[in-house]
Ligand binder design. Structure first.
Ligand code: BDR
Ligand code: CA
Length: 308
């Protein structure tokens, strides 16, 4: 099995990403590390533990990381994920555990050095924990098998500001450290593709596991309502689950290598990814960018795994 660490800021779609990763049985999940983002670090951690209770997989370590971005204030996304982060689902649940010992950046470093060349990092929140791990132990970078992160948008509008996607907006300095680190394999799963995988009623209707179906339905209800009000689309984007799915099946997406940087010093464009399509800067590609996705294949995989 693929050794993996999942780094999350558990909101609605991170939670579904966790469900997908664990239920797929494709991974040896070394741990789930948490970070401030959609909700506070405490709430993200609590939500992660609730999801593991739902799956009855409490043995998976949950390790807390950074409670702020590297240099900036927190910027929560309660409007999308609800005050509690799970869209009001599981709000009364008391998780069996609150977290395990340790600090996420150190856990990432030790795991990678413990299994050199074997660990895949799937990142579905702001990149703060990984950036700090790189700063603390730069030699760790060459021992990571692969990084797959949900964040940024290459072509098209942002979802927080006119130009920036949430995860890169919240901690652009961290995103920059990660992009410049020199990972052997790093794939960006951005809004360009995640906006195309919309969870609709028809997908939920195909879920056979009544408990998970009702959880997914309830937790996404407000998110889908918001999508409908804003975009007139019935469905909501499975941003983070797509990042997990790409780790399971690469053929879901088409990727292209580009040199990509992040804006960090602009009033209007902080957190925007800048992709050098025409290689004006004469830099080698540092990122595998997902430019297209097979939506049908994603939902086939999604439904098959949840029903397994
Ligand atoms: C990303 O931002 C968060 O709100 C979601 O969980 C996802 O990781 C989408 O822009
Ligand atoms: Ca997320």
């Amino acid at each position: 099995k693929q050794k993996m660490i999942l780094d999350v800021d558990t909101g609605v779609d991170d939670a579904i990403g966790i469900i997908l990763a664990v239920k797929s049985r494709q991974f040896d999940v070394l741990g789930i590390t948490t970070v401030n983002g959609n909700v506070s670090l405490e709430t993200a951690t609590r939500n992660t533990c609730k999801i593991l209770d739902l799956l009855d997989e409490q043995h998976i370590p949950v390790i807390k990381g950074m409670n702020t971005p590297l240099f900036r204030e927190t910027f929560f996304e309660h409007a999308v994920h609800g005050e509690d982060g799970l869209g009001g689902a599981l709000v009364d649940m008391e998780p069996k555990k609150m977290s395990d010992e340790g600090f996420a950046p150190d856990f990432i470093i030790h795991s990678v050095l413990g299994f050199p060349g074997e660990v895949t990092l799937i990142m579905t929140g702001p990149l703060t924990n990984l950036a700090l791990a790189i700063k603390k132990c730069p030699e760790m970078v060459k021992h990571v098998k692969e990084v797959i992160f949900m964040g940024g948008v290459i072509q098209g509008p942002g979802n927080v500001t006119p130009t920036a996607e949430y995860n890169t907006y919240v901690d652009p300095e961290a995103a920059r450290i990660v992009l410049k680190a020199g990972f052997e394999s790093i794939t960006q799963v951005g809004l360009d593709v995640t906006r195309k995988v919309l969870l609709k009623d028809e997908h939920i209707d195909e879920l056979e596991n009544a408990m998970l179906a009702s959880y997914i339905k309830e937790s996404t209800a407000d998110y889908r309502k918001r999508y409908f009000e804003r975009n007139n689309i019935s469905g909501c984007a499975m941003h983070d689950p797509l990042a997990v799915a790409v780790a399971i099946q690469k053929s879901l997406v088409v990727t292209k290598g580009y040199f990509v940087d992040v804006e960090t010093k602009s009033e209007l464009c902080d957190g925007q990814l800048v992709c050098d399509f025409q290689n004006r800067l004469q830099q080698p590609a540092n990122l595998s960018v997902c430019v297209d996705v097979d939506e049908q294949a994603f939902f086939d995989l999604f439904i098959r795994i949840i029903n397994s």
